[in-house]
Design a binder for this molecule. Structure first.
Ligand code: SF4
Ligand code: SF4
Length: 437
């Protein structure tokens, strides 16, 4: 844990400089008379939605099912402590899964679409329950008049043909964790026996691409110190057939793995290169799946105005193998973040207090930050790891965030000027999708 006061002071010192930069780019919108977004922009951003008063009336829209807390990989950087979250092995039973599905149906009042995230450890280690969840929730969704969307995060080492076919038939959105080329991937993602996992994953991914054509398949790269050139990783993974690649810096305080300030700025520089590549293709109506930028562009285009770093505790919860409810998947099995259970419901008192505490206007530096409606203080888990308190702003990355948003705004302005419909497509505001890469 660093000296957070010094970091916060630094962030404040740089604030004026960075805010000017942000304003400068925002002014581009005005000069170019860019549609209503630009006018609404300031209005939208002038007030933050308040903390919810009646949390018991807020629907649960997404539930992460921790089907198992065990994993067959031993990734050096895993936040779950070798996949086990520091607790004995637990597999979710079908009975618990049924209760969790019931909980979601009953608590998603007013919503006609809900989402289930199939998660672990490695969720495919509990295939019987996974399959049951998809079939049962689809059936329950029909009874309740709700569309159920499924997504699966997997390390990709355990998939067989039958499983791939099932995932295809049920339109499950699959995300496979891969860290780039074989060399980069095998460095930190060994099997439990110590050998690299790349060959196995790569073979499965090839097969998956052939079989599972009903929903695009994405991948996520964990960026660790001395990381491979991002463009190399991106091109390699797109060539394997992935629709999108997302890059996430490792959440680590161990400085042998964590990115220091220089590494973070190198990451930013490479994000800028990828953004330029993205724009170059976007202007030709081609989609290069660099999802970090896609997500930012979507937020800019739809005028996101967030009061919270993410949806945890709002419409999003995680359920542990034995039915406990937690703030999100990364807080799984951490009693401080237990939010009730699927049998007796959400602890509304705790939820209300947490949402009060986590509101962006209750975070010292965020309150007056020009990015507060996009960043809103960032991830609570990261804040706990880096700042020692989940309620604190992620002050260690404020400068980075300002620079990144500036890169995003520049990309946004260029695309808006020369190919505006591309932004509608990636934001889902038109039915047409951009899928060529
Ligand atoms: S909103 Fe984000 S960038 Fe702004 S002060 Fe808070 S954590 Fe930093
Ligand atoms: S707290 Fe962090 S890890 Fe959890 S859902 Fe929010 S952004 Fe994700």
């Amino acid at each position: 844990m660093g000296d957070t006061t010094i970091i916060e002071e630094e962030a404040l010192k740089n604030e004026t400089l960075l805010q000017n930069k942000f304003t400068e780019i925002s002014n581009e919108f005005r000069k170019m008379e860019i549609l209503s977004y630009e006018t609404d922009y300031s209005k939208r951003f002038s007030s933050t939605p308040g903390a919810p008063e009646e949390t018991e009336k807020m629907p649960v829209k997404t539930l992460v099912f921790h089907l198992v807390n065990e994993c067959n990989l031993r990734c050096t950087y895993c936040y779950a402590g070798d996949g086990e979250y520091g607790v004995p092995q637990k597999y979710m039973t079908m009975e618990t899964a049924d209760h969790a599905i019931q909980f979601l149906m009953e608590n998603s009042f007013g919503e006609d679409t809900v989402n289930i995230v199939l998660f672990g450890g490695e969720p495919l280690l509990n295939w019987k329950t996974l399959k049951h969840v998809v079939e049962k929730a689809t059936e329950e969704g029909r009874k309740w008049g709700k569309q159920v969307g499924f997504s699966l995060t997997t390390n990709g080492t355990k998939m067989n043909t039958e499983q791939m076919t099932f995932l295809h038939h049920h339109n499950v959105m699959v995300s496979v964790s891969m860290d780039g080329t074989k060399e980069a991937h095998d460095r930190y993602r060994p099997m439990a026996g110590g050998q690299g996992s790349y060959d196995r994953v790569s073979k499965n991914v090839e097969k998956l691409m052939d079989i599972h054509t009903s929903a695009p398949i994405g991948t996520r790269v964990t960026v660790v110190k001395d990381f491979e050139k991002l463009e190399k990783s991106l091109k390699h993974l797109l060539s394997k057939g992935f629709y999108e690649v997302g890059f996430a810096p490792v959440t680590e305080t161990n400085m042998q793995l964590a990115l220091n300030e220089d590494d973070l700025f190198e990451l930013l520089r490479q994000f800028e290169e990828l953004s330029e590549l993205f724009v170059e293709h976007a202007l030709k109506n081609e989609y290069i799946g660099f999802s970090n930028l896609t997500n930012l562009l979507k937020e800019l285009h739809t005028g996101t105005n967030k009061a919270y770093g993410c949806g945890a505790g709002l419409g999003f919860f995680a359920v542990s193998p034995d039915g406990g409810l937690f703030l999100c998947h990364r807080f799984n099995e951490n009693e401080e973040f237990r939010m009730g259970d699927i049998y007796f419901g959400i602890d509304q008192k705790k939820r209300k207090q947490m949402l009060e505490d986590l509101h962006v206007d209750n975070k010292s530096t965020c309150k007056s930050c020009s990015l507060k409606h996009i960043c809103s203080g960032g991830c609570y888990y990261e804040a706990m790891e880096r700042q020692g308190d989940y309620r604190k702003p992620n002050a260690h990355y404020c400068n980075w965030m300002h620079e990144w948003i500036t890169i995003g705004l520049k990309a946004y302005v260029k695309i808006l000027r020369h190919n505006p419909t591309f932004l509608d497509k990636i934001s889902g505001t038109t039915k047409e999708r951009c899928i060529s890469n």
